[in-house]
Design a protein around this ligand. Structure first.
Ligand SMILES: Cc1ncc(COP(=O)(O)O)c(C=O)c1O
Length: 500
């Protein structure tokens, strides 16, 4: 009897071990396939004719890549550098001064960091097969999904199909992103309310050959190379003395695409002896916004551990796969240098209290954002002219901003740059987003309705039972209106910008 029990336990353990091992291998295979779904392609003749390649900082420094990696200019670059102030009111009152790289102003259609992430990715999809579906994933309040619809469908006429994988913390900012997405045409929308069908769609999107699949945050080599351009642009701004050689850059981390691009960019500056980022103190400060990922970093040193190189969406894996593609395309091999920058010049701020829960504010980040929103005239350009204030969203930017302020409180002499990644405007497309939202399954509407406004600068609400679209539309900018703003300010824009 005892022996039989032992044999049964041993067999069960063996089956569970084999099954979980197979599960891990399968999960890795799916993640790797997702990471490589878009890949890299040469530009088409049409893309080369229509785009001014010199408007991309990466091509200015590595012109040999111009004919190797497809690219579409989707934004208005370089994004400006502004100066900001924040009056803090903890036990010791004071004013924190900082610089800000206005990635939020990267496009009058929809800005933020995702625009750079999409420039190579969408161009590669277009070059490989412009008729294929492009699945793009994110949570209910995803910025990447709305960015891909605006720039992929509305501007390049690609077939973009959103997949909202799961809800995030209710917040009006998140609901607005879903409404903005619904205001543009898409041939297919899938959401967490579709249950098993959503997984089926994702798997066929990742593993099938009839579509491209943009991973969460756009973290693949094409996406990351777009972000390298952002860092090189900053290097030029430092050389022109628009901003001092900084002691640090603060950036919110979701998929780690942006932070990895900044790290590779710093390595490229070093490789080219650009004489920037020379401050002994210089660090890239990455702030994870996902509680699970921040927790994994606290308990297992996730980001810096060497085993993370095998896990797509980790910084190590992203650096290695992107540097590999860069080398294959004829660029320099930056792997060792970029990993060295990562190991020695990157600080990950994973504090539980600031991260809170994925998708919305923590108590600390909310307090900082509320205090920031109460200050008028917080942002000025280099001539002292007032500029649009920052949108410190609970999902991403407020958490990174909180850490920068904490560091500035310790030492006010530091020259820090805040990488402002949340789009400054909320787009409204031509379709009736309100009716579309009301036709979605109840569980999506419940989530959308629960999202409350977290900022006095963005008052509004969504109530699909008793409200109407006037309750929130004042927070949105019609794409047609954005177009007329753009026509008056065409600086740095290529021919693609007139296509909408
Ligand atoms: C506003 C905003 N900030 C920061 C991030 C993080 O960027 P990444 O995914 O490149 O780490 C995202 C990603 O979705 C974002 O939407």
């Amino acid at each position: 009897m005892f022996r039989r029990t032992i044999r049964f336990v041993a067999k069960t353990v063996a089956v569970v071990t084999v099954a979980s091992g197979a599960g891990v291998l399968l999960a890795k295979y799916v993640m790797d396939s997702m990471h490589h779904s878009v890949g890299i392609a040469k530009p088409t003749k049409k893309q080369l004719e229509e785009e001014n390649q010199d408007n991309h900082a990466l091509f200015r420094y590595l012109p040999e890549l111009k004919r190797k990696i497809a690219w579409r200019q989707l934004g208005n670059y370089p994004t400006p550098i502004h100066r900001g102030t924040y009056n803090y009111i903890s036990k010791d009152h004071g004013t924190a001064r900082f610089y800000v790289k206005r990635e939020d102003l990267s496009s009058p259609y929809y800005g933020g960091n995702k625009v750079r992430t999409l420039q190579h990715q969408l161009a590669v999809c277009e070059a490989k097969d412009a008729t294929k579906k492009i699945y793009v994933t994110g949570t209910g309040g995803s910025n990447q999904i709305i960015a891909t619809i605006v720039h992929g469908y509305h501007r390049l006429k690609l077939n973009v199909c959103p997949i909202w994988m799961q809800k995030d913390v209710p917040d009006l900012d998140n609901t607005l992103n879903m409404l903005s997405t619904l205001s543009f045409h898409s041939s297919e929308i899938t959401s967490w309310a579709d249950g098993f069908f959503m997984f089926q769609t994702m798997l066929s999107g990742i593993l099938g050959s009839s579509s491209f699949f943009l991973p969460p945050g756009g973290n693949n080599p094409a996406g990351v190379l777009g972000q390298v351009g952002g860092l090189l642009e900053l290097a030029e701004q430092i050389q022109k003395k628009e901003v001092p050689d900084p002691d640090g850059i603060f950036v919110a981390m979701g998929s780690s695409c942006t932070v990895s691009g900044l790290i590779i960019g710093v390595a490229l500056c070093e490789h080219m002896n650009l004489n920037v980022f020379q401050s002994k103190e210089f660090k890239v400060h990455g702030v994870p916004i996902h509680d699970g990922i921040a927790g994994a970093n606290r308990s297992m040193n996730f980001f810096k551990a060497s085993w993370s190189q095998y896990i797509p969406l980790s910084i190590r894996h992203t650096i290695q796969s992107t540097c590999n593609e860069l080398k294959k395309a004829g660029g320099p091999d930056l792997t060792a240098m970029a990993l060295h920058v990562f190991e020695t010049q990157v600080v990950i701020h994973d504090d539980e209290d600031v991260v809170g829960i994925y998708g919305g504010h923590s108590t600390i980040s909310k307090n900082v954002a509320v205090q920031y929103d109460s200050i008028d005239d917080s942002i000025k350009d280099i001539n002292g002219k007032s500029q649009k204030p920052l949108w410190l969203c609970g999902h991403f930017t407020a958490k990174a901003f909180t850490h920068m302020i904490e560091e500035l409180k310790k030492d006010q002499t530091k020259d820090f740059i805040f990488w402002q990644t949340k789009s400054a405007l909320q787009p409204l497309g031509p379709e009736d987003e309100w009716s579309k939202l009301k036709n979605l399954p109840d569980e999506i509407k419940v989530w959308a309705n629960e999202g409350k406004s977290e900022s006095i600068r963005r008052p509004g609400h969504v109530d699909t039972k008793h409200g109407n679209s006037m309750d929130y539309r004042h927070l949105m900018t019609k794409v047609d209106d954005a177009l007329s703003i753009d026509n008056n300010n065409t600086q740095g824009f290529s021919k693609t910008s007139s296509r909408m």
